[in-house]
Design a protein around this ligand. Structure first.
Ligand code: TRP
Length: 335
């Protein structure tokens, strides 16, 4: 018998929104990759969640394939983790149904993300939108995961998942451990946008966000246009736009490069043009190989099919056990 300690279970979902950017990489994907050796990991592409906001699904297939390809190109290894599509694991829907019996309409209506969506799409306030957190709880509880790498924006959803876990246990019997937000290692790197304020984000200024799919030329152009200060006296506090460029340099360039420009800045001799060139080349060197690998994967139908089938198989093996435990606890077992 193996004496190895059972690994803790990690679960997270990735929205298939198309293109990943540097913020996604340093804020999420890099951490998934670091977790894959130490934990039993389930990473899932949330295609069913996407249906809560999509009116038309023509682009869904491309987005799902792209997000899978990009995550794999970043180092996520489908042989080490279960990497699957939500809709390939029907047990998700089954647990979602069971959890819906524990979910109060009042608490779902109070969820801030739901209220935001009502404001954003008043013409399409569907029940799936209301029960979005129930589906997310089903994703997590399906594997009886305890560790959920997510950003702060998902904190409320995670709290709901915890509530459902304890509500289920209290009503029917102990099945689910409580899941908590989890970061691997040090605090997540912040990835500032190129326009001087805020973080890189998909929805904001496209020119201020570097995507993993950007060509070398696009990267160079965006970095060249990045905001810097207009001069500034030596000794005055560093403007946010410049501090942001240093933070980005730190992520993609060597320590020697960072030190050189830090010293130049302190001496008042910094040439932002030179700094941006270094930054652009650092990004090109970092993103180029990922972009090419992701493209190759996306074009390899047979490989992607294998990945999806293998991921679904692993996820369903874990899910079936949980569904059986849940049904037994509820008393849905008659023969
Ligand atoms: N709601 C998450 C987001 O918007 C995606 C998601 C779906 C998820 N299911 C999940 C995250 C399960 C963590 C665990 O980013």
């Amino acid at each position: 018998m193996s004496m190895e300690k059972k690994k803790d279970i990690v679960m997270s979902g990735i929205r298939p929104t198309g293109f990943l950017h540097l913020g996604n990489y340093f804020g999420a994907v890099r951490n998934y990759v670091r977790m894959q050796d130490s934990y039993t990991c389930y990473f899932m592409v949330a295609d069913l969640h996407a249906l809560t906001t999509l009116n038309e699904t023509r682009e869904l297939k491309g987005h799902v394939r792209r997000v899978m390809a990009e995550n794999i190109a970043c180092g996520l290894d489908p042989d080490k983790v279960a990497f699957y599509c939500q809709s390939h694991v029907p047990e998700t829907a089954e647990l979602y149904l069971l959890l819906n019996m524990l979910a109060y309409v009042g608490e779902l209506e109070k969820t801030p993300t739901f209220k935001d969506k009502v404001r954003l799409q008043p013409q399409n306030v569907n029940a799936g939108l209301l029960t979005y957190p129930v589906l997310m709880a089903a994703d997590i509880l399906l594997h009886r995961a305890t560790l959920v790498p997510v950003g702060k924006d998902q904190g409320q959803h995670l709290e709901i998942a915890r509530d459902f876990a304890s509500r289920f246990n209290g009503r029917y019997g102990e099945v689910f451990p409580e899941p908590y937000a989890f970061n691997f290692g040090e605090a997540l790197a912040k990835v500032p946008s190129l326009d001087g304020a805020g973080k890189m984000s998909k929805s904001e200024n496209q020119m201020a966000t570097i995507y993993l799919a950007d060509t070398d030329e696009a990267i160079r152009k965006k970095v060249a246009k990045a905001k810097t200060d207009s001069g500034g006296d030596p000794g005055s506090p560093m403007p946010e736009s410049v501090a942001n460029l240093f933070q980005l340099l730190q992520l993609v360039s060597g320590e020697d490069v960072v030190q050189k420009f830090t010293a130049d800045y302190a001496a008042g001799t910094i040439r932002y043009g030179d700094m941006k060139k270094e930054l652009a080349e650092g990004m090109v060197g970092f993103i180029g190989p990922i972009r090419e690998k992701a493209e190759a994967i996306q074009n390899d139908d047979a490989y992607l099919r294998r990945v999806m089938e293998q991921g679904a198989e692993k996820a369903r093996a874990s899910a079936k056990v949980t569904i059986q435990l849940s049904k037994d606890a509820i008393g849905l077992s008659y023969i």
